[in-house]
Design a protein around this ligand. Structure first.
Ligand code: G6P
Ligand code: ZN
Length: 602
């Protein structure tokens, strides 16, 4: 033992950190478990894997060790999206935090909080160093489905790559974890209930309060509720049985008077559905909004609803539809940017916008016309955080108020450091209320009118995404490598004409990003194929990217975008069909993956 001890110190950095000393806190030996590399948004695995021996404990200890390196965790929030294993995992994490002598743990009543509410709460607590968030977002839940954990830092934003890389390194050398056996906490106790376990105090807190007051500062609640009470207005919201549901019931329902709330009670398996708000998975809502599954208007059915919206499993994603119109997330961002002055948060003028690279360039055009700086970042909300905090954290120019979004149904601003499903819905209600200001008796200005007016003003970025889920990882890598080989072959590529002579393939580039605020570099962020339409000269592009959020195999995403400055009518999937065929031909997707059709088109 004497001989082994210095060796142990060498291989287990945690032993050199401030360690628990209490007798009742025991060090449980364990061995590294491979594959614990967090993706775009934390570590997502099959629930059963999380429930297997030492899996959760190894990961949490690695996470706490990593957090401990910068400053010993003092106060930590632990909350989840309510999926299967949420409660058990919270109870176990409490025991690990107690074992690690963390002085204060905060747990929302019921253990359930939406991701945006978590972010807003962490930001509001001066001593809170971060939050352990139990979510696999929009992935299905249940014992056979997915579970996930991510860490949000003290400013309320998802931990950056250097942090998650360090957690991963730690999982590879971990020798055990600190744990203290103790009674389970009553997660349904009244807010304010405190339990002392060892040297830790566990406090049950109200999940709603802080988030509601954050939204009150962003929006004009009295104006919104008066618009909603107009008998011509009706709103349909789909909570998809996720964590956003109870928040929607309180905010949209109780406070603002929205009556059309569906699937708003949270369920461990999300009612057996895939809790992802898109045209495929929110099919009920899509149908009730008078839409066909491809997002075009159903000629045989007119919806009674003015606005239809859905959130995902943890309440940070959103989908927006109007009567007979689906608003793509990229268009939604551009329209909010264009009309943001009607939202109190932006009264003083928008200072910066950002979008992820695969999102369409619709917002770029608005930013340009407004003279507002526009950033194009890699996929992942965390890249927006630095821009939002540029002033406070880095002493540079402030871009606040800041607006940002992603094609993956994420929209938000610097009111918090996560995307925010309900915030997007409230933005759209604000836009509708503003467009109908003074319109007391006539027919309502509808979402469709707003979107078409936007296209008339700025042109339309036709947009569509093909997802190929569960592909062989090797084949997916070969596909990306093949595209990489085309980079720089401009001359040869430029001669390549497809789509019946209409689509001219111009070049391929790989997207990389150097953060303008802290200089950090992110490589390999997607392959961009650039095209030009022969007859109009309008630009088009196809982007290939591998998903970073899957729990098994590889998902290839193909993002298609074609700008049309004049003709904005028609369905996006139709318009982009030829471009899609071209991208598939050039990438050899079919040969490599064996896939004839995408799993999902959104
Ligand atoms: C999560 C992140 C988003 C990101 C998305 C990408 O939802 O929070 O910021 O856009 O993942 O997912 P993907 O599967 O395409 O990597
Ligand atoms: Zn989510």
């Amino acid at each position: 033992v004497i001989l082994l001890f210095p060796l142990l110190l060498l291989f287990t950095p945690s032993l050199s950190l401030s360690l628990p000393t209490s007798k009742s806190s025991v060090f449980v030996p364990s061995t590294p478990i491979p594959g614990m590399k967090p993706g775009t948004s934390g570590l997502r695995k099959k629930t059963k894997q999380w429930m297997s021996k030492n899996y959760l404990s190894n990961f949490i200890q690695s996470l706490l060790d990593t957090a401990n390196k910068s400053s010993p965790p003092h106060e930590i929030l632990v909350a989840g999206d309510g999926r299967y294993y949420n409660t058990l995992a919270i109870q176990e994490i409490i025991k690990l935090c107690v074992g690690n002598k963390i002085p204060h743990i905060l747990i929302p009543r019921t253990g359930i909080m939406s991701t945006p509410a978590v972010s807003s709460l962490i930001r509001s607590l001066p001593n809170c160093c971060g939050g352990i968030v139990l979510t696999a977002s929009h992935n299905p839940g249940g014992i056979e489905e997915d579970f996930g954990i991510k860490y949000n830092e003290g400013r309320g934003q998802p931990a950056d790559e250097s942090f998650t890389d360090e957690v991963y390194e730690r999982t590879k050398v971990i020798q055990g974890f600190w744990r203290e056996e103790g009674e389970d906490i009553d997660l349904n106790a009244e807010a304010g209930t405190k339990t002392v376990l060892g040297s830790t105090t566990v406090t049950i807190i109200d999940p709603f309060e802080t988030y509601i007051s954050t939204l009150r500062t962003s929006f004009d609640f009295p104006l919104l509720s008066s618009f909603i009470s107009d008998p011509r207005v009706s709103i349909l919201f789909d909570g998809m049985h996720g964590a956003g549901g109870p928040f929607a019931s309180k905010i949209l329902g109780d406070i603002l008077g929205v009556e059309g709330l569906m699937r708003c009670e949270s369920k461990e398996d999300f009612g057996g559905i895939h809790p992802d708000p898109n045209l495929s998975y929110a099919s009920d809502l899509v149908e009730r909004m008078g839409l066909l599954p491809d997002g075009t208007a159903n000629p045989d059915f007119t919806s009674e609803f003015t606005l239809g919206a859905a959130n995902d499993g943890d309440g940070d994603r959103n989908m927006i539809c109007g009567k007979g119109i689906f608003v793509t997330p990229s268009d939604s961002l551009a329209i909010i940017a264009d009309r943001c002055e009607c939202i109190p948060q932006f009264k003083g003028g928008l200072k910066g916008v950002a979008r992820s690279m695969p999102s369409s360039g619709a917002v770029d055009v608005v930013a340009e016309r407004k003279g507002v700086e526009c950033f194009v970042t890699p996929t992942g909300w965390k890249f927006f955080g630095n821009l939002m905090d540029s002033k406070e954290a880095f002493g540079k120019k402030s871009y606040s108020p800041f607006l940002c979004g992603e094609e993956s149904f994420g929209t938000g601003s610097d009111h918090i450091r996560e995307k925010d499903g309900l915030w997007a819905v409230l933005s759209w209600i604000s836009i509708l209320a503003d467009a109908n200001k003074g319109n007391e008796e006539g027919s309502l200005v509808q979402v469709k009118d707003i979107v078409e007016e936007h296209w008339k003003k700025y042109g339309r970025h036709f947009y569509c995404r093909y997802d190929y889920e569960g592909c062989d990882s090797g084949a997916a890598d070969t596909l990306m490598d093949g595209l990489r080989e085309l980079v720089g072959g401009g001359g040869k590529a430029a001669a390549d004409v497809g789509g019946g002579g209409e689509i001219v393939f111009e070049s391929v580039e790989e997207f990389e990003y150097t953060d303008p605020v802290d200089g950090s570099f992110s490589g390999k962020q997607g392959m961009v194929l650039n095209f030009k339409m022969k007859s109009t000269g309008d630009k088009a592009r196809a982007v290939f990217r591998l998903s970073g959020t899957g729990s098994s195999g590889a998902t290839v995403r193909l993002y298609l975008e074609q700008y049309d400055g004049k003709n904005f009518q028609g369905s996006a999937p139709e318009k982009l069909k030829l471009l899609g065929e071209e991208a598939i031909r050039i990438s050899k997707l079919q040969e490599l993956t064996g896939r004839e059709q995408p799993t999902v088109i959104t």
